[in-house]
Write a protein that binds this ligand. Structure first.
Ligand code: COA
Length: 172
């Protein structure tokens, strides 16, 4: 789990322009970044990835309530999670993100007991959707110019998902 001692390492990674290009917001100075990432919901949904004791990236695991009819709303509550990821440029291209996301998915289904996981990205962010494909997620939607990028204007997006039953079928 992410803790306050990890703030600076994450800030350095996310401040890299190649990483920031695809993230929801620019990091800015360390102090406002620290305040943002320490918000209780963000803190509880962020994990860090270490390689030989050094932080090389982070993962988002944000549980949410899938849509459900009113009578069965409670059964669906908390049964889905949105996943996200961000890795330092110098460690990219080694499969660390793929390995981490695959493990996160195992935890989601085998330990937390979720029904479905999802992930979103700009279609132009090929390294991100290639992770989704490598870990067995299905492309569910290709939205057209639905998201405004700070530099690239209106962009297309992909939504990927994986169900617990699909994951179980692949792990045997
Ligand atoms: C998205 C992001 C994590 C992808 O990083 P990555 O290094 O490509 O991902 P991995 O660590 O899984 O490495 C996979 C790459 O290493 C290669 N690789 C080398 N050895 C490997 C191994 N043992 N296992 C798997 N892949 C390996 C793969 O072939 C792949 O390269 P390819 O996509 O050119 O085929 C990274 O680009 C990033 O942090 N970007 C900025 C933040 C961001 O965009 N976040 C997502 C927002 S939606």
């Amino acid at each position: 789990m992410f803790e306050e001692a990890d703030i600076e390492a994450l800030w350095r990674i996310r401040s890299d322009p190649a990483v920031a290009e695809w993230m929801t917001s620019l990091t800015g100075e360390l102090a406002p970044f620290a305040e943002l990432i320490c918000e209780p919901v963000r803190m509880a949904s962020t994990l860090v990835v270490e390689l030989d004791g050094r932080i090389i990236g982070d993962l988002m695991f944000r549980t949410e309530d899938p849509w459900a009819q009113a009578e069965v709303k409670e059964q669906a509550a908390g049964k889905q999670a949105e996943l996200g990821w961000c890795f330092a440029p110098e460690v990219q291209g080694n499969g660390y993100a793929t390995e981490s996301v695959a493990e996160l998915i195992r935890i989601a289904f085998a330990e937390v007991g979720l029904h479905r996981v999802t992930a979103n990205c700009f279609t132009a962010n090929a390294p991100s959707w290639r992770i989704m494909e490598r870990v067995g997620m299905r492309r569910e939607a290709h939205s057209i110019k639905d998201a405004l990028h700070r530099d690239h204007g209106w962009c297309d997006g992909f939504v990927y998902a994986l169900l617990a039953e699909e994951w179980r079928a692949t792990v045997g």
